[in-house]
Design a protein around this ligand. Structure first.
Ligand code: MF3
Ligand code: CO
Length: 248
């Protein structure tokens, strides 16, 4: 179900999103080579709970951690564990904070130490894909214009767009309708309405768009060819005349 938030709900979304964004700022200040992904998760848990909020991912459909920490070839849903982050890695951290019943969701891909130009460019283009999608976005715009913008920019740079996972609506639930694909045909899909809050989250691969899900843990999504991937996500409020990016 697509939900339209009223002013009161929007104020609560702003608060949850602010906490989510600040959590990633905190992670960005501390993440470094030598840390394990589990140590990153501990930072996330500590920061979110210190704000009087709850990490929504913890226990979601059995997910065992407060964050997704995805290194290099891991696209998304990397379960924090004893993997040590190395100099030259790119590490995507995806977190959701819930306060007063509303969720805020965002992700960044961090550059650790000396990262190759190739990987730096992938991360930069992935962020650009998000902002391209926001250009001209407002009430009345067809939903799949978002994916069209992401796909066009990614493919113009020689990258591919993950199809198996999408962005989503968000509010009282972490995942609401509509599904927000990172690919699509311009001018198609439902028309966005003011008061919708959606997560736009380009997942961009250096090689093939194909991914695999780890059979043992049921979560970890990796590129099928082992090449690196990047992820960038914000929660976005649709307005009559534009957007408000709630997690920036
Ligand atoms: N934050 C993710 C998203 O962008 C969802 C993570 S799945 C979970 O949709 F299991 F980790 F919660
Ligand atoms: Co997310």
């Amino acid at each position: 179900m697509v939900t339209i938030k009223n002013d009161e709900e929007i104020a609560l979304m702003r608060e949850s999103c602010r906490i989510a964004k600040e959590t990633l700022d905190f992670v960005g200040k501390h993440i470094c080579a030598g840390m394990t992904t589990k140590e990153v998760d501990e930072l996330v848990y500590k920061y979110i709970t210190s704000c009087g909020a709850t990490p929504s991912e913890l226990g979601y459909e059995g997910y065992p951690a407060s964050s997704c920490v995805s290194v290099n070839e891991v696209v998304v849903h990397g379960i924090p564990d004893d993997r040590v982050i190395l100099d030259g890695d790119i590490v995507s951290v995806d977190i959701v904070a819930e306060k007063n019943g509303y969720h805020g969701d965002c992700a960044r891909t961090y550059l650790i130490g000396n990262v190759s130009e190739e990987k730096k460019k992938l991360v930069k283009v992935t962020e650009e894909c998000f902002f391209k999608a926001c250009e001209g976005l407002k009430a009345g715009v067809p939903l799949f214009d978002i994916g069209y913008a992401v796909q066009t920019h990614a493919e113009a740079n020689g990258y591919s767009v993950v199809r198996a996972l999408t962005g989503h609506g968000i509010g009282r639930s972490m995942h609401e309708d509509p599904s927000v694909p990172n690919y699509g045909k311009r001018g198609t899909g439902m028309r966005l309405k003011a008061g919708m809050t959606i997560c736009i989250e380009p997942m961009i691969n250096m090689g093939t768009y194909k991914v695999t899900v780890d059979r043992r843990d049921g979560w970890t999504v990796k590129t099928a060819d082992g090449k690196p991937a990047a992820h960038y996500e914000n929660t976005v409020l649709i307005l009559e005349d534009g957007v408000e990016i709630l997690t920036l």
